[in-house]
Write a protein that binds this ligand. Structure first.
Ligand code: GLU
Length: 524
């Protein structure tokens, strides 16, 4: 979907235009992402504009949260409130004069008019319409006031709004890249408000003025705005402005097929950051909410998303947000991440959960050669400069642990509870599993023998440990599982774990023997 000509490429300008009235949520982030991907793919510009026309609901906290969420996702913008640019300001509350100039132009040309109806009157009329089973639309009472009356009421300082003079007949059309052509009958559209009585513009008006002045080429946004678009198209036409291209993105639904909302649990991007999702996994998953390359491939690195993204492959159909799938994609990203990077992240996670022994932490500014670690893929990556890691032996041990755990790791934040037994003695124990596998004296006797065997080994590597356990099982004429299960429970507190021989080696001889003996101790 490279732009056809150099000129078109130069002029591709898209924007994300959130209202700072809440968190950056999944739907908003998906809109931001598609705009960003389109800009990065075509070499265009991605603009952030804050739509704070609703003064009562807009907050500084929300504004900061949106910027934080976008930065966390790695969606950088080329122009925006904190960055500036040639078409600022990028916050609507600072653009009042522009809206007033265009509103005045529309009034002067008879395409808009001042309406002095007060809100109570309007509400009463709407109520009456509802009672008569009619659409509660504005009855156009002020559409044709005499100029003299307007002058007089303005001079008296009567509060008023500015309304669009909607043609009473005809149709309005626009083409949507995703959804095709839309046609609306003007008779179904009302004389909607452009400027409110407090002087602020409405969303429909401000968005047209801003998209035009900011030279936005493509308006990519949620399809909840389709019903606003015919009104916006009217404003473009009335002002003689060129229409941008529209691409309306499909709705995101929750598991129950209703529009995704707080009812479905957390939907703010901050929440996923706190839950330790990887930003790359998050944007991979968000990209799939309405777009697909071929209906099959699901794993995409950031660069691959940029290369493959296309508005033409955005679906018309609603997307369903599926937490399990997102977790799966996160696990895939963790799995494919260079081991050294993953180890650094894991270390930080374990450290902040108090899982790392004090002697583990040293400053290691030189790269670690992970090729020395048996059983792991070679890793070219190096630690970021100045990144605090730990002593090399422990670092390698953690890297190997992560490697053995493989895709059992779905989220980094699960690591402290998953791995605590490797670093601390007060690890979580599944009492039921302990009871099942260790209640019989016979089972305890066997793991005592295993402890004896491990103590005598000359080498303590995975192959030797495995050989020792299996030959003990042979000698006892039992299945190896009869040793492995109680041993696993004794060492890890759980009935499932990765390969037990690796676990024994990770724990080391002394700790393994100590835990086996403790579990084998006679019961009172
Ligand atoms: N401020 C609007 C919103 O948050 C933006 C709509 C648009 O992109 O035109 O929904």
């Amino acid at each position: 979907m490279k732009a056809d000509t150099q000129q078109e490429q130069d002029s591709i300008r898209v924007r994300f235009a959130p209202s700072p009235t809440g968190h950056l949520h999944v739907g908003g982030a998906r809109t931001a992402l598609y705009n960003w991907l389109y800009a990065r793919k075509t070499g265009g510009k991605f603009i952030l504009r804050i739509e704070d026309t609703d003064a009562r609901r807009s907050t500084r906290d929300s504004y900061e949260g949106i910027l934080r969420g976008m930065s966390w996702l790695g969606l950088d913008w080329d122009e925006g409130p904190d960055k500036g640019g040639d078409y600022g300001p990028y916050v609507q509350s600072a653009r009042g004069v522009l809206y007033h100039a265009d509103a005045q132009k529309l009034i002067d040309e008879g395409k808009a008019y001042r309406c002095f109806c007060n809100p109570e009157e309007l509400e009463a009329k709407k109520e009456e319409a509802r009672l008569n089973k009619l659409d509660p639309v504005y009855d156009r009472a002020c559409r044709d006031l005499e100029p003299g009356e307007i002058e007089r009421r303005l001079a008296a300082g009567e509060p008023h709004v500015i309304r669009f003079r909607m043609p009473l007949e005809g149709e309005v059309r626009f083409d949507d890249i995703v959804r095709g052509r839309f046609t609306f009958s003007n008779a179904d559209l009302d004389d909607f408000v452009l400027i409110k009585s407090d002087g602020r513009p409405t969303y429909n008006f401000a968005v047209v003025v801003d998209d035009t002045r900011m030279r936005i080429s493509h308006v990519i946004r949620g399809d909840d705005h389709i019903s606003n678009t015919p009104r916006q198209v009217h404003i473009y036409l009335a002002l003689g402005y060129r229409l941008p291209k529209f691409a309306h993105l499909p709705m995101i639904l929750g598991g129950d097929r209703t529009r995704l909302s707080k009812r479905h649990g957390a939907v703010s991007i901050d929440h996923y950051a706190e839950k330790s999702y990887l930003p790359d996994a998050m944007i991979n998953y968000l990209a799939l909410l309405g777009w697909s390359l071929d209906g099959k491939r699901e794993f995409f690195e950031r660069q691959a998303l940029i290369e493959n993204f296309s508005l033409k492959r955005v679906s018309k159909n609603p997307a369903v947000f599926d937490n399990d799938k997102m977790e799966h994609i996160n696990a895939e990203h963790l799995k494919k991440m260079p081991l050294i990077r993953k180890t650094i992240l894991a270390y930080h996670t374990l450290e902040s959960a108090g899982c790392i022994p004090a002697d583990f932490s040293v400053d290691l500014s030189k790269p670690v050669d992970l090729k020395l670690i048996g059983g792991t893929e070679p890793v070219e990556d190096t630690a970021a400069e100045g990144e605090k890691i730990f002593n090399e032996r422990e670092f390698r041990r953690l890297a190997m642990i992560l490697n053995v755990y493989g895709n059992r790791i779905k989220l980094l934040k699960d690591l402290p509870s998953m791995l605590r037994y490797l670093y601390k003695d007060d690890f979580p124990r599944d009492e039921h599993a302990c009871h099942t596998w260790l209640k019989e004296e016979r089972a305890r006797e066997r793991i005592r023998l295993l402890a004896d065997g491990l103590e005598e080994l000359k080498y303590f590597d995975v192959a030797t440990v495995e050989e020792a356990l299996r030959s003990l099982a042979d000698r006892l004429e039992i299945d190896a599982g009869e040793l492995i299960h109680p041993c696993r429970v004794a060492l890890t507190g759980q009935s499932v774990s990765p390969d037990i021989f690796w676990i024994i080696v990770f724990l080391g001889r002394a700790k393994s023997v100590e835990r086996l003996r403790a579990a084998a101790a006679p019961r009172g």
